[in-house]
Ligand binder design. Structure first.
Ligand SMILES: [Mg+2]
Length: 259
């Protein structure tokens, strides 16, 4: 692939998409300018490939890879997401090797089914069905003690599976990270200057790894704690929220690069 002048990595909910309406309309001027300049925009989210693929197509970004399931995998360029994958099957197999008394304390998306996922996440049934189409990671709810959880995670670690806690869910994967996927995707484009945008602590590694990062305000959550790079200005905060803030930040970068 030809080396673009810039590469943009962006979170979705609360960053490129409005926290409440999920609209990206306010970012249209910056998105249009990037398209005109041939700058790829790489979507990076905790969403599944099945959730991201239609959105990526709607944004006119289907020619570019996307980072899915919080960095656990990459959705390759194309119109549609694969329905199943060998990594997820291997993860479910590893889970079933865990001794039964511990295994039964974890209820994953693959155990619960779409209705249970809808209840657990608050998603509408159709959205829950897309969130259930996992390829790389398994979120679930832990119902045992902390001591049992330590044992459960040790049994998984012996099989190469790691766990990450965030909000209500304990998410299992083979350990890939958003930062690792960023590096891999950047290499495909001959590693140009990287800009990242995000609104929440799960975007931290992406913001810190980029050459320039923007924290987009999200009035619906606690402010992001200070990040490495804010003192030097490598990471900046944008006061406007969601796609409006995204638009401002990206137009600033476009002006700085004279594109
Ligand atoms: Mg977000």
């Amino acid at each position: 692939m030809p080396r673009p002048v810039l590469l943009i990595f962006t979170d979705l909910d609360g960053t490129l998409l409005d926290h409440e309406t999920y609209s990206h309309e306010a970012a249209a001027p910056a998105l249009e300018a990037l398209r005109g300049a041939g700058v790829p925009v790489i979507l990076a989210s905790s969403k599944t490939a099945a959730e991201i693929a239609p959105l990526r197509a709607d944004l006119g970004l289907a020619a570019h890879p996307a980072i899915v399931e919080n960095g656990a995998g990459i959705l390759e360029p194309g119109a549609e997401a694969p329905r199943t994958g060998s990594r997820y099957r291997a993860l479910r197999t590893a889970l079933d090797q865990v001794p039964a008394p511990l295994r039964q304390r974890f209820r994953g998306f693959g155990d619960g089914g779409a209705h249970w996922i809808a209840d657990a996440t608050g998603l509408a049934p159709e959205a829950a069905a897309l969130a259930a189409q996992r390829l790389y990671s398994e979120p679930g709810i832990w119902s045992g003690s902390e001591a049992e959880k330590t044992e459960f995670l040790a049994a998984l670690r012996a099989q190469g599976v790691s766990g990450r806690e965030g909000g209500r869910f304990l998410t299992l994967s083979f350990g890939a990270s958003k930062a690792g996927q960023m590096a891999e995707i950047a290499a495909r484009y001959s590693t140009p200057y990287m800009v990242a945008l995000g609104d929440a602590p799960n975007d931290r590694e992406m913001l810190e790894q980029a050459d320039q990062g923007f924290i987009i305000a999200n009035p619906h959550r606690a402010p992001m704690p200070p990040l490495d790079g804010e003192e030097t200005g490598r990471i900046q905060r944008i006061a406007a929220a969601g796609p409006k803030g995204w638009n401002q930040a990206v137009l600033r970068v476009i002006a700085d690069f004279g594109i």
